[in-house]
Design a protein around this ligand. Structure first.
Ligand code: SF4
Ligand code: SF4
Length: 290
């Protein structure tokens, strides 16, 4: 089974639109949404059964027993992350900034602080026509890389025998992106034709290079800035990165999303461009095989 990952240097490039269209064209039987901070692939993939749901435990947080606390302030003094404070004579923890180091618990003279597992999100696994793995991280939790790895592994472990698995990655170049790159046969970057889009693309290529990932690039809404689109194409030529196509701005893409369909299902310019991109991606995956 080949594994294709879609990334973009930032949000709003249309990465999920392209992912959903490729999933439709490939009739992919193994799919994952690794954008755990804002998953939305489920809006266009068609789930008909309830998922298996798993708690995601993302480390420990301090919990104060107010009945035991004597308000001595020792924990407040020792916390290096400034996240436990005495309020009305009792210690209170800010769960968003607590790093789970355990110093407060260790130092409390009356044993009023316990460390508890933090429910940092939930992971879901659908077994419909296709295996679909996805997850949602709770606000303010910083363990997205670990959750992305779990989402990806769940897809791989449960995938039926099939040719192609497609993973919609996180935007940006942070921890969740790095976690999603490993084990992929090809990373398709959906670039935005703008100055910031080009610098995001360059940073993303550097990150992918560090992890020795094979890359291909396409541009979405290229006609909103043809000069920038050309600059991206030239950059790919210079770097010998396969440039697999340009998708025009197309109001039908919005119509398709509003109807819960993919743009590849419609006879429209964006759909046609994505079909060509899909063919080019298949060629690269086949060539990589040879
Ligand atoms: S566990 Fe560490 S970070 Fe959290 S409140 Fe206690 S001392 Fe602060
Ligand atoms: S160290 Fe213990 S007793 Fe003292 S304020 Fe903190 S939680 Fe309360």
């Amino acid at each position: 089974m080949k594994r294709l990952l879609l990334l973009s240097g930032k949000g709003g490039t249309g990465k999920t639109t392209v992912s959903a269209a490729l999933i439709y064209l490939a009739q992919a039987k193994a799919v994952a949404d690794c954008d755990v901070d804002a998953p939305n692939l489920h809006l266009v993939t068609k789930q008909t059964t309830a998922p298996e749901v798993f708690d995601f435990l993302g480390g420990e947080k301090a919990l104060v027993d107010a009945d035991k606390c004597i308000g001595c302030g020792s924990c407040e003094k020792l916390c290096r992350f400034d996240c436990i404070h005495i309020i009305n004579g009792t210690a209170a923890v800010n769960e968003y900034s607590c790093e789970g180091c355990g110093v407060c618990s260790y130092s409390c003279p009356v044993g009023a602080v316990a460390m508890r597992e933090d429910l940092a999100g939930k992971r879901e696994l659908y077994h419909d026509d296709a295996v679909f793995s996805t997850a949602t991280l709770k606000m303010g939790r910083g363990t997205s890389g670990k959750l992305v790895t779990e989402v990806k592994l769940a897809m791989i472990k449960n995938a039926p025998t099939c040719d192609l698995a497609i993973v919609d990655g996180s935007p940006g170049i942070g921890c969740p992106v790095i976690a999603s790159v490993s084990g992929m046969d090809l990373v398709l970057v959906v670039a935005e034709p703008s100055g910031s889009g080009i610098s995001d693309l360059k940073r993303l290529c550097k990150t992918a290079e560090t992890f020795q990932a094979k890359l291909a690039v396409c541009v979405n809404k290229y006609d909103t800035s043809p000069n920038h689109a050309e600059e991206i194409e030239n950059f790919c030529k210079e770097q010998q990165i396969p440039f697999v196509g340009k998708i025009p701005f197309d109001p039908m893409a919005v119509k398709a999303a509003n109807e819960g369909r993919t743009v590849a299902e419609l006879d429209c310019p964006a759909g046609m461009a994505i079909r060509k991109i899909f063919a080019a991606v298949q060629d690269i995956l086949r060539t990589n095989d040879a």
